[in-house]
Design a protein around this ligand. Structure first.
Ligand code: B12
Ligand code: SF4
Ligand code: SF4
Length: 325
């Protein structure tokens, strides 16, 4: 059973409308209040974390080098690789405990994962709202196994090591971190480029800061990630290229997105998290990159998308911005 404090925070977050279009988070509430609604007779949860930097299942043919793609998304979708690992653990547990039930979840199930992991002693919840471990940073994902097995393995939660630091709040380009530990998803680049099916409001478009899919800023600036990774994580660009060469490469990558059919795009990103945005969503994101990075060279390709349902106003706005001196 999730503790009342965490549920109260979750309910308050929903009531403030911070979930935006993510209606499923409202539907998840009863399951988060009472985990036995997800798995009857569940007694315990075994909670695990999985590092994703470097990506454990990179996609060799991943077509984007210069475009800013969140680190977790630069390879196979974690719903697949984490599920496989959890399932193989379940196979072993099932042999040991044939009369007990086990079920694996990660991300999409109605589980309060950060709260669960924090209670399992796997980290503290930082001001950027991510779960952070003092020796591993926060570039990991959370997965869990619900079980009817009774485990007496209570862990003391780790202390909060954020202290007086405010780097994540200061660095967030959209102001989505409205206060420490409070994220208004409607302003988060990750939401705007992945979860939302809409075009972002005008004042948010430039602030997406060139991110094509997701955003890692509030984590890569975090001293606990810098400490663990030895440098600012996520620098994927080829250091031997000049700024001008990198710009050319970015334009080429965005041109592919803007001119490919949706079917081709889904094929190109097959098996990665990018398919979640859909072909049209990826084109929207490429237009946002063009706006934020002032990629005028893409004017013809953007113009050609004017008739695509839902993109017309964004196209007009992008063309107006790109035409400015
Ligand atoms: C919806 C969602 C999003 C939304 C909203 C994010 C948010 N911060 O709420 C959007 C699309 C913006 C998003 C973005 C990202 N997400 Co996301 N997301 C989720 C999802 C599906 C639900 C989260 C949720 O319920 N949010 C509502 C808030 C209220 O709940 P919460 O963040 O869990 O917060 C709880 C605690 O933090 C605590 N709490 C709240 N306030 C306070 C205050 C104090 C003082 C304390 C101590 C505790 C506390 O109470 C809350 C619940 O009651 C989870 C998976 C899951 N099933 O949980 C993944 C999850 C949180 N996402 C994850 C990831 C990796 C990301 C991104 C990094 C992806 C990216 N690179 O683009 C970004 C990070 C952005 C950020 N700073 O959070 C990981 C986080 C791993 C980690 N180390 O923390 C998760 C757990 C998925 C997974 N299985 O690993 N995500
Ligand atoms: S993921 Fe990016 S936009 Fe979202 S809160 Fe963090 S820094 Fe802000
Ligand atoms: S950047 Fe600073 S305030 Fe933000 S989560 Fe990391 S340690 Fe905490």
């Amino acid at each position: 059973m999730a503790p009342a404090a965490a549920i109260a925070l979750y309910r308050d977050w929903l009531e403030r409308d911070f979930a935006g279009e993510m209606d499923y988070l409202h539907r998840h509430l009863p399951f988060k209040e009472d985990p036995t609604q997800l798995m009857s007779h569940a007694q315990s949860a075994i909670v695990l974390t999985f590092d994703y930097s470097p990506h454990p299942q990179p996609k060799p043919s991943f077509p984007l080098q210069e475009a800013k793609v969140a680190l977790y998304a630069r390879g196979e979708d974690y719903h697949f690789w984490i599920k496989r690992r959890l399932q193989s653990l379940i196979t072993r547990l099932q042999t040991e405990f044939p009369n007990e039930s086990f079920a694996a979840y990660t991300d999409s199930a109605p589980v309060l994962e950060r709260d669960l992991a924090q209670r399992a002693g796997l980290g503290w919840i930082g001001k950027n709202t991510c779960l952070i471990h003092p020796k591993r940073g926060s570039l990991f994902l959370i997965g869990e196994i619900y079980t009817t097995l009774t485990l007496n393995e209570e862990r003391d939660p780790l202390p909060d090591f954020c202290g007086t630091c405010t780097r994540c709040l200061d660095a967030c380009p959209t102001g989505a971190l409205v206060a420490p530990h409070e994220l208004d998803a409607r302003k988060c680049i990750s939401y705007l480029t992945i979860e939302s099916k809409q075009v972002p409001p005008e004042d948010m478009r430039e602030k997406t800061s060139g991110w094509f899919f997701g955003c890692d800023i509030c984590q890569t600036v975090c001293p606990w990630n810098v400490k663990f990774h030895g440098t600012t994580p996520g620098a994927t660009a080829d250091p031997s290229l000049t700024d001008a060469e990198r710009r050319v490469r970015l334009i080429e990558e965005m041109r592919v997105i803007l001119t490919s059919t949706n079917t081709r795009l889904l094929k190109l990103f097959h098996g990665t998290p990018l398919v979640r945005a859909g072909g049209k969503g990826l084109k929207r994101n490429a237009i946002l990159v063009a706006i934020a990075m002032n990629l005028r060279e893409l004017t013809p390709e953007i113009t050609a998308l004017r008739e695509v349902a839902g993109l017309g106003a964004l196209v007009d706005d992008a063309l107006a911005r790109l035409a400015r001196d």
